[in-house]
Ligand binder design. Sequence first.
Ligand SMILES: *Cc1c(COP(=O)(O)O)cnc(C)c1O
Length: 367
Amino acid sequence: MKFETLAIHKGNLITDKNKPVVQPITLSTTFEHGNEGGVLYTRANNPNRMALEELVSCLEKGVDAAAFSSGNAAGTAVYQALKPGSHIIAPDDMYHGLHNSMTILFAGIHEVSFVDMSDLEAVKKAIRSNTQLFWVETPSNPLLKITDIRAISELAKAQGAVLVCDNTFATPVFQNPLLLGADIVMHSSTKYFGGHSDILGGALVTKDSNEFWEKIRTVQKVGGAVPSPADCYWLTRSIRTLAYRMKGHAEHARILAEFLINHPKVERVFYPGLKNHKGHDIAAAQMSGFGGIVSFTVKGGAEEANQVVSKLELFANATSLGGVESLIERRAAVEGPDTKTPQNLLRVSVGLEHTDDLLEDLNQALG
Ligand SMILES: *Cc1c(COP(=O)(O)O)cnc(C)c1O
């Protein structure tokens, strides 16, 4: 079956004699011993989490998935499952929350090298005898840099290391890293999976049920950073429309990027769908769509960029991404004083409003 059909029919575990069409929320934290579903206690398992995990695993072409209470909890579970003293190779423009997880929580436990993952030579040079994990995020945040997943997977295989790909920006609608050689896919479900800026969640999907995956399952169940049954329900519900939302986000992002490129107040536009984007060819080869995030630099500096944001009426000045409403933010202000992100860069999470209204608002704000 195709993606759209799977998204609607998978992960719907109906056991009620009344045959509801939609699986209800099972709020009970505990279940009678010896029940047919094998459910014991909600931290270890729950029918709504089982449904969500089945759905996400199926859409990412994996064999199993584990749902977490946030994307950061999902990523952190991977670092927790590594043997202490492991070396990790991660992107120099990695999502800052997971960068913090590695450098703050795992300082003194693992070693990390942050490199430009789109530069294969740099990645090769960073490999050490104890390299156990390659972390890829493509497209990346906020410059939408593209990493060749297949090429990195060759390096990981030769090293006997695990390759994890943060697929939050692309979603399985546009990219299936497991089919490109990744071992595990990570998601912040808070973004496009939820799609309405009202659920926090994360997920991991594996290509194989191996020892490393069993460790991750243990981290999930014993660590206990699990989503509530209601959050699992709302996520499952939202993922039903993921394919249609993503097509809309990507179409709107393309229209916005083309508008911005031609605007005299705009310096540069970053969108992997643009032919002049550095990673366009690799993106076109490994993705079936270019996603819904566009970044651009405004002529001038932080001040000029802030002015554009303050004049916008339809775009909320807020962090995060992936919701139906358009968001904009000056990333450098969010990332703090050490950031390498240009001060005049604005990142847009392009929403599903009509593009005529979005362009009109941008046009008046750019002046
Ligand atoms: C938001 C985000 C995360 C972290 O997810 P949370 O749900 O906020 O914990 C990780 N990676 C990427 C690419 C993200 O955008």
